[in-house]
Design a protein around this ligand. Structure first.
Ligand code: OGA
Ligand code: NI
Length: 333
């Protein structure tokens, strides 16, 4: 069994975390100070829709402000998440597993049982919808964990549905198109904990990947940066904007939009002075949903991807390593 990073202090970087020289993050080449689009959800609807269209085509990422989830709740989520990772090792041990099919699991790196080089991350991954079904299996410590996280999950789902409506409209589809196409969506959460790392230039928190789901809503640490997004061959740092949520287009929306919207490569890097936390919420098609490019869009460009079920896609995704080719490449028509 692999060991959680968050159970001890690390003075040196163990060999199994060291990336070969050609695969390291190269901090000096990362672009800082630019911003991925920030969309104010209190703006007029037309404006929101055109901003979403632009961001989803050229960045695959945007941030939202005035999203309706209270700042206070975001802070509580961050506080309870950090408290969770500070629980005694014996407590965390009970939840630990390397098996990616488990619906509530505490693990480390990405897919420890398969990968050859590990990542400087511990994570708690949980299914979150329907709440009544999964909450009983969630961690029961810290005491307020279930209460705070479930409140956040409900808010995030609402926001996600609203965004999917706006994304549909921005593609020239009916507002309900995506929601209907994806079926009864699952909602998963990854609470990511990136401890201080003795040699951050040699490793990753999460190496470059695209998200296999439909839409991701990421709550970033308001103080510590670490998320990079690939644009035109260059890595752009997404510095935290306190109170904002980072939204990204996942593989399923790229497929559904027939390649118009991009599920872009992103990664998380670590640093030597501060630990970093992020809470990713993933909206996923129901397992039986048949994902296919929207007919209205294939009248303009022939279908780029074949039809497949999300179940098939997800299995393929977890059977691979993160930093291989884009998983969607395997589903081209
Ligand atoms: C993810 C992810 C980025 C981050 O969990 O899929 O991309 O900053 N996280 O933690
Ligand atoms: Ni991701």
């Amino acid at each position: 069994m692999a060991e959680l990073l968050s159970t001890k202090i690390h003075e040196t970087l163990p060999e199994k975390y060291v990336r070969p020289e050609t695969q390291r993050p190269l901090f000096s080449e990362v672009i800082t100070g630019t911003k991925i689009p920030i969309i104010d959800l209190k703006s007029p609807v037309d404006q929101i829709i055109s901003q979403i269209a632009h961001a989803s085509q050229s960045y695959g990422f945007f941030q939202v402000v005035n999203h309706g989830i209270p700042d206070e709740l975001l802070l509580k989520v961050m506080a309870i998440a950090i408290e969770f990772f500070r629980l005694p090792a014996e407590e965390k041990e009970k939840l630990y597993t390397d098996d990616p099919t488990k619906k509530v699991r505490l693990s480390t790196s990405f897919n420890v049982a398969r990968e050859t080089v590990h990542n400087w991350r511990d994570y708690l991954r949980m299914h979150c919808y329907p709440l009544e079904k999964f909450m009983p299996e969630w961690p029961s410590r810290p005491d307020l964990f279930k209460e705070v996280i479930s409140t956040y999950c409900k808010e995030v789902r609402q926001l996600g549905m609203k965004l999917l409506g706006a994304i549909s409209l921005s593609l020239g589809l009916e507002e309900d198109y995506i929601k209907e196409a994806l079926g009864e969506q699952e909602q998963h959460m990854a609470v990511n904990f990136y401890p201080q790392c003795p040699e951050p230039e040699l490793t990753y928190g999460l190496p470059a990947h695209t998200d296999p789901n439909a839409l991701t809503i990421l709550l970033q640490d308001p103080e510590v940066a670490g998320l990079h997004v690939l644009k035109e061959g260059k890595w752009i740092a997404v510095d935290p904007l306190p109170g904002a949520l980072v939204i990204n287009i996942g593989d399923q929306l790229q497929a559904l939009s027939n390649g118009r919207y991009k599920s872009v490569w992103h990664r998380a890097v670590v640093n030597s002075s501060k630990e970093r936390l992020s809470v990713a919420s993933f909206l996923c098609p129901s397992n039986s949903a048949l994902v296919s490019p929207a007919k209205k869009l294939t009248e303009i460009t022939p279908p780029v991807y074949r039809d497949y079920t999300y179940d098939e896609y997800y299995k393929k995704f977890w059977s691979r390593n993160l930093d291989q080719e884009h998983c969607l490449e395997l589903f081209k028509s």
